[in-house]
Design a protein around this ligand. Structure first.
Ligand SMILES: *[C@@H]1O[C@H](CO)[C@@H](O)[C@H](O)[C@H]1NC(C)=O
Ligand SMILES: *[C@@H]1O[C@H](CO)[C@@H](O)[C@H](O)[C@H]1NC(C)=O
Length: 693
């Protein structure tokens, strides 16, 4: 049985509980297991459809980013009385009292008070280790349930948790099969679609691969069971243990909802905290279909296959690695927290800390140890694969954590175009629809020619500067030069076209888009210099210098009070976020674009602020968090802090309920009508301050 809401009586009891605190903010959505495009489940929070941030009770199902329920239920018994600590199951004993929620870059932690007798710390940890590819390659996440007595007495405690077949298929009518086993101290349930449809999706969920839900086989009183959801939960509520049996009736996900359960009997628990650790994740041998080298599509393996000989080795490594993974996660959390505080204070930490799992959760690590390829899913807006103008805004977090990952993201784009699979002289927009990167041999991609030529050249240089990898620039010099040629022809007077903000529509002479192209030419001059092509260095440098001075005349309304850049040339009343100026600072180009342009924009932005942000441009009241942070990173301290404060406040109060939307209405704080972006990796752009040289 599947109920989205608790029965009314139980609900009333839940509401009687004390309200939770939220720290460092109450996010629009709470990451639970967010690690890769297919392991991407959240708790809806904002009032558009969320429950305010409560792990158990009404409307608290974990949901895949695309909103399908991914069944995940937690129950606990204390001295024989059962309580619910996660999910909204039909069999729902009284809900524990959630008192605190907090998040770090890798963790979401809920603190529960159970009848004044015990407290529970429930931590969802999704590791982020971009400089440790072996660990990063694993599509798994941890759940740690720690309990301790808080009333001075000891209490008998049993912890129960199950997951449903919903993780394994976006179609709940699909038949799944399952198994149970133990290896290397780990007990695991495995489950998978019977009909494995490799490299296909339904409702954005993978239709291939095997899911593993694991815990320690060394827990002395561990029991397990697979079976119908209500049967298992009722058994736990009445007995405090499971029957160590497997349901043998393989069936559809929604046919008496098969769930996979563990129960850990802890015995008497005193004031020392006792943890039960679980892990959940997915193994897929193959990850992506790709048109790169050669003339046809090739199948790219998952990167974990380079490090592990089979599923079980990967599953047990991940589970047994919890201690080290926890240490690495804590180190990253602390580094991001202290760097964010030092850069711009607590409001900035609210923003950066919420952006890390979401960004890496859109990346699929594939290929081999010696030639990794990272594929990005443009989650929620088309599901394009390898969208260049989505990699671009995500870039600051990538550069901050491991610049090499930027090369692994750009490599598929270079491979596709350098092998002759794209006929246009400009850079491609994306490689197709995830997980099939078949490119556009007929050149029919979404046309953003100026945007993507600028992006590719800027990103190639940003990577090469950070990684001191001039060889990378040599290797790709011919195609970079081809794209620079496009910029010479098209950057100064941009034709009628869309920019990356395609939802805002096409426009001629976009001031901000032109600046991207011009900085792209300056970047090509630098690339020519680094690779010893001094003729090109001078030609592109001279063109860029000439263009940037003409651009100031065309794109700045100097007569306005205060002056500002326009949205498009000649439209003096128009304005917009000049976020492409950020690249001038990122690439260390000094006064190539003069400081006066920075100063003009710093003085101007606060004069057009709406309640929840600075509008993206004068066509709508919409704004974008990634572009606001690009602007903040290079603004005066005062303006920087104002923008950051607007975004941090919005996080706390927005009614949006799905994973951090980068696009919202700056007047209402809600989704623009018809556009609910969610879980997009562009939030990596919030690290704009921390990626500057
Ligand atoms: C939960 O975390 C708090 C610190 O935030 C700690 O004081 C407490 O002991 C922890 N409780 C358990 C059960 O781990
Ligand atoms: C774009 O700007 C240039 C330079 O001001 C101008 O000559 C041209 O007419 C503009 N194009 C459009 C379509 O407005």
């Amino acid at each position: 049985m599947r109920l989205e809401f608790a029965a009314l009586g139980l609900l009333a009891e839940g509401l009687a509980n004390a309200a939770s605190t939220f720290s460092p903010a109450r996010p629009p959505s709470i990451p639970l297991a967010v690690r890769a495009p297919y392991l991407n489940s959240w708790l809806n929070v904002g009032s558009d459809g969320g429950n305010g941030g409560y792990l158990a009770g009404e409307n608290s199902w974990a949901r895949f980013w695309n909103q399908q329920i991914t069944g995940w239920v937690g129950l606990v018994r204390v001295d024989g009385t059962a309580y619910t600590w996660m999910g909204a199951p039909e069999v729902q004993p009284q809900v524990v009292d959630q008192t605190e929620f907090s998040y770090t870059s890798t963790r979401s932690t809920f603190i529960m008070n159970v009848a004044g007798k015990i407290s529970m710390n429930i931590t969802f940890m999704s590791p982020v280790t971009p400089d440790d590819l072996k660990r990063q390659s694993l599509t798994f996440s941890y759940l740690d349930v720690a309990v301790q007595s808080i009333d001075g007495s000891t209490h008998d405690v049993e912890v129960y948790a199950d997951v449903s077949g919903e993780w394994a298929s976006g179609d709940t009518a699909a038949v799944i099969q399952w198994d149970y086993g133990t290896a290397d101290g780990v007990a695991y349930h495995s489950f998978a679609r019977q009909d494995q449809a490799e490299l296909t999706e339904i409702n954005q969920q993978a239709s291939w691969g095997t899911w593993y839900w694991s815990t320690s086989n060394n827990y002395p009183a561990l029991t397990y069971q697979s079976g119908a959801d209500n049967d298992l939960r009722n058994l736990f509520v009445s007995n405090g243990k499971l029957s160590n049996t497997k349901d043998t009736n393989f069936r559809a996900v929604n046919d008496n909802w098969p769930v996979f359960a563990f129960c850990n009997g802890l015995g008497p628990v005193g004031s020392n905290a006792v943890s039960t650790v679980f892990s959940l994740g997915l193994t897929q041998d193959n990850a992506i279909s790709f048109l790169g080298e050669g003339s046809g599509l090739t199948t790219v393996p998952s990167l974990w296959k380079s490090y592990f000989s089979n599923d079980i080795d990967a599953v047990t490594f991940f589970y047994n690695d919890y201690g080290d993974a926890f240490g690495l996660a804590t180190a990253l959390d602390n580094k991001i927290a202290s760097d964010s505080l030092a850069a711009a204070g607590q409001d900035y930490l609210v923003i950066t800390t919420l952006s890390v799992r979401q960004t890496f959760g859109a990346l699929q690590f594939t290929g081999t140890d010696s030639a990794p390829l990272v594929f990005l899913k443009e989650i929620s807006s088309n599901s394009d694969i390898q969208t260049v103008d989505v990699i671009f805004p995500a870039m600051p977090l990538i550069l901050y954590t491991n610049p090499k990952v930027l090369a692994y993201l750009l490599d598929p784009l270079f491979l596709n175009q350098e092998n002759g699979h794209y006929p246009n002289t400009n850079a491609i927009h994306d490689l197709g629809t995830f997980p099939v990167a078949k490119g556009y041999p007929d050149g029919s991609d979404e046309p953003q020619p100026l945007e993507e030529c600028g992006n590719m050249i800027i990103m190639a240089l940003a990577y090469a500067q950070r990684a001191a990898d001039t060889e990378y620039l040599n290797k790709h010099y011919p195609i970079l030069k081809q794209w620079a040629g496009y910029l010479v022809d098209e950057a100064l007077i941009p034709a009628n076209q869309i920019s990356t903000d395609d939802f805002a529509g096409p426009l001629s002479n976009q001031t901000n888009l032109a600046l991207k192209g011009i900085i792209g030419l300056r970047a090509m001059s630098e690339i020519a210099k680094l690779t010893g092509n001094s003729g090109d260095e001078k030609t592109y440098g001279d063109t860029a210098t000439s263009y940037v001075s003409q651009w100031q005349n065309l794109g700045i309304n100097s007569a306005a009070n205060p002056p500002h850049t326009t949205l498009s040339y000649g439209d003096g009343a128009s304005h917009g976020l000049l976020y492409n100026l950020y690249s001038n600072s990122l690439l260390n180009f000094g006064d190539f674009v003069p400081q006066s342009v920075y100063d003009i924009q710093s003085a101007f932005y606060p004069t057009v602020a709406d309640e929840y942000g600075i509008p993206l441009d004068t066509r709508h009241t919409w704004t974008k968090t990634d572009w606001m942070l690009f602007c903040a990173a290079i603004a005066s301290t005062d303006t920087r802090d104002k923008i950051i404060k607007l975004v941090a406040n919005w996080i706390n109060v927005t009614p949006t309920n799905k994973a951090f939307t980068d696009l919202y209405d700056a007047v209402t704080g809600d989704y623009p009508s018809g556009l609910s972006f969610t879980a997009r990796p562009v939030v990596g752009g919030h690290f704009a301050l921390l990626a500057l040289p």
